[in-house]
Design a protein around this ligand. Sequence first.
Ligand code: NDP
Length: 494
Amino acid sequence: MTATDTGASTSATATSAGSEEDLLARVSAPQGQGRQIREPATGAVLGAAPVHSKQDLDAAVAAARAAQPAWAASGHEQRSQVLLRMADRIDALAEPLARLLAREQGKPLNGPNARFEVGACSAWLRATAATTLEPQVVVDDGATRAELTYRPVGVVGAIGPWNWPLMITIWQVAPALRMGNAVVVKPSEYTPLSVLALISILNEELPEGVLSAVSGEGEVGARLASHPDVDKVMFTGSTATGRRIIESSAGNLARLTLELGGNDAGIVLPDADPQAIADGLFWGAFINTGQTCAALKRLYVHDSLYEEVVDALADVARAMPMGASLDETSVLGPLQNKQQFDVVARLVEDAKQRGGRIVTGGQPATELGELFFPVTLIADLKDGDPLVDEEQFGPALPIIRYSEIDDAVASANRLEAGLGASVWSADPAAARAVAERIQAGTVWINSHGGVHPMVPFGGVKGSGYGLEFGVEGLKAVAAPQVISAASPTIAPTA
Ligand code: NDP
């Protein structure tokens, strides 16, 4: 099967009617073929994803290359209109898409989960449609008028993860299309069906070849990143894969945006109100059951209010229902895959051995299913413990005590990761002074992890480089060009 045989890229003829089963039928491999995808919450087989080859990928890149000039020539206004219509298409199929996402990724329908994620997709498309990147006059001194303009880069490879598969795909695709690029998407092998369904819906508004998806294992992603005809790679995933993509960019000179996850610190200052911040701390850490790149992953609390914060957080945690993805009462779900479950289980077990105090959770919730791990708050850990130092990417939060703010800042900055961080305080000026000392792409004050389509987002240090969202996000998928005009009345200098 070729990439262009799938609903992902031939869906210009597909209809918008249907349930999640209709969406599945659009994108699944033919009967008896493909790779089985199981639902994390139940272990049941959801469907079979097409497995594309490197030749399929080459065909998708060639189709993108061929389609891109006409798409670029269609102009900003027309492309914005297309993005708006895509958003309408998603809204029309929001419920089946959310149900498919919930079943494949594992996240519940409610809370900041599947329905929220689908809603974010259309919201991001609309915001991207409304964002403009104007040419900038950088010199106009009578002798020269130099203007900085932005052209499409050409073909963009978009490689995404399994935690927020639809939203992150839109984060990559929307600005790239908006700027006149063609895009080839490579979804994670854990969540291909929902991404293929999304691409299928988007393709109802696009000319053939402009957007396609190639589903396969890491080697297809590696081929996409190193492809000689790919001009830009947008990648969200692990640091190890990010390093490989940097290496392959030495071959094709592709521009890169790398979002490589984090190990975000939160610092609670002595003047914070534990009750007032408990809910924000909880969702900062446990959104998407902790499987979020910019989630709060280690919490530093001042000695003077340590126990109060632990207790307030535990009260919130105990009230949050975890359960099956399609259960309307769940707001926390399973881990998405066994590999991630094993990481969380190992780190929690290790933390117990090191004397960590289990406040909630601590053992797999086998009564719910094979991949469920309850919200686990672990007090009395310290820097150097693996649960503090490694990205757990799951529902386990180490809470660390500090006495001096300088020590807390040093702790926040001591790891390689630098995606996000947060400071919690009743005094905005004091919080801001601490925020300025933290090495992270974003520092939130009295919240953690919120993103906005107009606010640039990206990491520093080991969390990668490049900005997404807003005007900066458009620049990241554009090739700058300077048009420099000499005044016809002034002779050029030698
Ligand atoms: P990976 O980096 O392995 O996968 C991310 C994407 O890259 C997937 O689509 C994957 O495809 C693809 N890929 C794999 N190998 C290559 C390659 N050589 N070249 C190009 N693309 C490739 O992350 P995992 O899903 O394995 O997750 C591992 C860890 O990464 C997690 O434990 C977590 O810590 C972190 N992570 C961070 C995320 C974030 O938001 N920043 C999101 C997800 C994970 P395929 O799935 O087919 O292998």
